[in-house]
Design a protein around this ligand. Structure first.
Ligand SMILES: Cc1cc2nc3c(=O)[nH]c(=O)nc-3n(C[C@H](O)[C@H](O)[C@H](O)COP(=O)(O)O)c2cc1C
Length: 225
């Protein structure tokens, strides 16, 4: 891959272009081809040990959007105007505990690791979960660890969208328990295995955003020499 001044500019232009879109133009549609790229950016995202503790729900049902509306205050602009809407789920302890069937399946079926090496990887993962990150302290700690990784996928999806000239809004303005209850009642969410992590709307801006505000690079970067 050749990196040129143009590449650098293209990347930074996309980060400048991306903003949390508050008003979408509901008459504009994101093409299937572009949306497929956004989903691929999520799917190809890195995760701790490569365990991909996520699932992406693509919300197309107007009826379900209306049910979520009152319990997802931060999503209302997107539910109304964004052409595509994604609910990102994170896996729970039943799947992310080092000894789970899910972890075994990913190591053997997805990663293609021979059994002997898979057991070594599991032992390393067990030590990481128990000692390094103290993740077995509570079910919530384990869920939040999985959820953190879904935010990497979220970030990649937002950036991929921006590179395609598509606007987006990341969303955690919702009542997690209430959203989960709706999804469970609809038979969409298995609460043993998944919880709601974050959401995102994708579409096209209706108005130009306010100029970006950020701390300076000097304020947020510290070089250790
Ligand atoms: C994890 C996360 C959750 C957010 N939740 C919401 C939300 O629920 N509703 C909303 O309108 N904006 C939401 N935002 C957008 C932020 O307010 C916005 O990214 C921030 O103010 C910086 O502005 P910019 O993204 O336009 O540069 C969220 C952003 C992130 C990263």
């Amino acid at each position: 891959m050749t990196v040129t001044t143009d590449t650098r500019k293209q990347i930074l232009d996309a980060f400048q272009f991306r903003h949390a879109t508050k008003q979408f133009d509901s008459s504009k549609t994101v093409s299937d081809e572009d949306f497929a790229v956004i989903l691929e950016a999520g799917r190809l995202s890195p995760s701790s040990y490569g365990f991909e503790p996520w699932k992406f729900l693509v919300l197309e049902s107007q009826e379900l959007k209306e049910k979520l509306w009152p319990v997802a205050w931060g999503a209302q602009n997107s539910l109304k105007g964004a052409n595509r809407f994604v609910i990102v789920l994170a896996r729970k302890k039943a799947d992310t505990l080092y000894s789970s069937d899910y972890i075994t399946r990913i190591m053997t079926e997805v990663q293609g690791i021979p059994t002997e090496y898979a057991e070594q990887k599991r032992a390393s993962f067990e030590a990481f979960q128990k000692k390094d990150f103290d993740l077995l302290e509570s079910d919530r700690a384990l869920f939040d660890w999985a959820s953190k990784q879904t935010y990497i996928a979220l970030g990649n999806m937002l950036t991929a969208a921006a590179l395609l000239g598509i606007d987006s809004c990341p969303i955690e303005g919702f009542n997690k328990a209430a959203v989960e209850e709706i999804l469970v009642n609809e038979g969409i969410l298995d609460p043993e295995h998944f919880g709601v992590s974050v959401m995102a709307g994708f579409g096209y801006r209706a108005v130009e955003p306010y100029p970006k505000t950020r701390q300076s690079l000097q304020e947020v970067v510290q070089y250790l020499k």
